[in-house]
Design a protein around this ligand. Sequence first.
Ligand SMILES: NC(=O)c1ccc[n+]([C@@H]2O[C@H](COP(=O)([O-])OP(=O)(O)OC[C@H]3O[C@@H](n4cnc5c(N)ncnc54)[C@H](OP(=O)(O)O)[C@@H]3O)[C@@H](O)[C@H]2O)c1
Length: 313
Amino acid sequence: MSLAYHRHWLASQRTPVPEIRHSFAGQTVIVTGSNAGLGFASAKHYVTLGASKVILAVRSIDRGNAAKARIEDATGRAGVVEVWTLDMSSYASIKDFAEKAKTLDRVDVLLENAGVMSFDWNLAVDGSETTMAVNEAQHHTRPNHCVLRSPSFYQSRRGIKSGDVLASLDEEKKFNAFSRYSVTKLLELFYVRELAKDLDINTQGVVVNIANPGMCYSDFGRDMGFVARSFLATVRWFIARATPDGARTLVWPSTAGVAGHGKYSLDCEFSERAVSRFVRSEDGAKLQKTLYDGINTRLEKARPGIVKAALGA
Ligand SMILES: NC(=O)c1ccc[n+]([C@@H]2O[C@H](COP(=O)([O-])OP(=O)(O)OC[C@H]3O[C@@H](n4cnc5c(N)ncnc54)[C@H](OP(=O)(O)O)[C@@H]3O)[C@@H](O)[C@H]2O)c1
């Protein structure tokens, strides 16, 4: 990564995150992975901003209930937060969640925040590597507005093998602990950019975009070994954003309406310049389309008809 890149990253980390003055009154918001870290702070912020229903989509009901109690205490608003089970490493759990979500009168915002960074080869319930399974399996519900999150500095080809990229990510002998997280984030970015082309906002009424919170304080990295955790703690001490600041960068795109469709946001601004040259290049565009098609094939295998239904085709 170039010096210019690092300068840009540091400048972004030091950019103050604006307050959000937007009302979500009457709206229903779902935040995945919202019992801790940025997801928790984002869910709390939606409650503060007046949302009528905020669903904490979490894999542990106990941790979810504890988070709900903390949000109610902090905001003084009861009867808004609900806790629903969702384990992003299991297609069955995602399907159950999506079926339950169909019973809602409306879904205005889906903040797909849940994510992991695993330095070990672990298999998820359905047999994919865990980081890949959790960070990538995000595309099953159909809200009016969908925000995913992705760090900007993970936008190079590093860790992407030639050949069948998705199949290679399922091979233990090709697992690289250092690049796996970045690859999953690159796939998210590709997916959102390509999906936005297929989703006509005028006919579908769904806005999809992706937000980069920057490096923030959270529980992220709790599964790392001592050395990696100490390194991360040191870097955080110098430059990390406070968790509520990071959360505002995730909430902000959902205030922007159709202007944000398919866009990448950094520091509460949509910025194509913040997307790497590789992603914007011709090679990047080809890889983007190939991976988008590959992920959709996998989604179709897990749930036939899902892609057509999501695209309203
Ligand atoms: N913190 C940063 O500097 C930073 C920077 C850029 C992007 N991000 C992204 O921001 C998102 C949130 O990260 P964070 O920093 O807030 O991390 P965090 O504090 O570790 O929170 C992660 C959340 O995801 C949940 N989660 C993990 N695996 C799950 C699964 N299989 N199903 C459902 N939920 C699951 C966790 O639940 P449990 O408590 O049950 O494990 C937790 O609620 C991630 O996608 C991360 O990649 C973070």
